[in-house]
Ligand binder design. Structure first.
Ligand SMILES: Cc1cc2nc3c(=O)[nH]c(=O)nc-3n(C[C@H](O)[C@H](O)[C@H](O)COP(=O)(O)O)c2cc1C
Length: 200
């Protein structure tokens, strides 16, 4: 499952590329967005939010119960003050029942994010999401430097997970290198998910 939140569409773009990487490996991806919790007044204040929401209408909204049937997970969020978004945090705060039963224990998980600025907290956002996944007993999967683009990029892309710098007004799109790294992560999580599943 690729599970994400995106207000302006950039994290959604990265999510779609990860989805394609999973497909490349012959696995069956699901894509889900977490529920929106922004007050209607905030959404109405910026037409770009409404347009991005419309673009994502076809993506089903995640429910925690769906995590019971997955073999691997990739979680993505825009950075909010160096942390994951409240929408993503809110979703995970509804998964206590799954945690109690250890539903996600020993399943692989990876993370990705977008920031407005180059040094605005990509790594801290990725690590913030990892903490929750580790509490759920998941096995964290990163991006190895055998993905050549990681060493070459001077924009997004980290070994902790794919990233994109989308500009202070979020209007810059993820670069081709960002998307390549995202796709490679999709392939990697698929391969590892399959291996772990066959060993269970
Ligand atoms: C409340 C708020 C806090 C933000 N905090 C940060 C931040 O700490 N660092 C940063 O680089 N960008 C920050 N941004 C910019 C977002 O990360 C950027 O809009 C987002 O990555 C775009 O992704 P999306 O197109 O998927 O919504 C913030 C944006 C908002 C609305």
């Amino acid at each position: 499952m690729v599970l994400y939140y995106s207000m302006y569409g950039n994290t959604y773009r990265m999510a779609r590329e990860i989805f394609s990487g999973i497909e490349d490996e012959g696995c069956i991806p699901m894509i889900r967005r977490v529920p929106e919790i922004l007050p209607p007044g905030v959404i109405a204040s910026d037409g770009r939010i409404g347009r991005a929401m419309k673009d994502q209408e076809a993506v089903p909204v995640a429910s925690p119960g769906e995590l019971e049937k997955i073999d691997g997970l990739v979680v993505g969020s825009p950075t909010r003050f160096g942390n994951m978004s409240s929408q993503m945090r809110n979703f995970w705060d509804t998964t206590g029942g799954l945690w109690t039963r250890g539903v996600l224990v020993d399943k692989p998980a990876a993370v990705f994010c977008c920031t407005g600025t180059m040094h605005g907290g990509q790594e801290s956002t990725l690590l913030s999401m990892m903490l929750t996944l580790i509490h759920h007993g998941m096995i964290i999967v990163g991006v190895p430097f055998s993905v050549r683009e990681l060493a070459e990029t001077v924009s997004g892309g980290t070994p902790y997970g794919p990233t994109a710098v989308v500009g202070p007004d979020s209007s810059r799109q993820p670069l081709e290198t960002d998307l390549t790294i995202a796709r490679e992560l999709g392939k990697r999580i698929a391969v590892i998910s399959r291996k772990l599943k066959s060993g269970r």
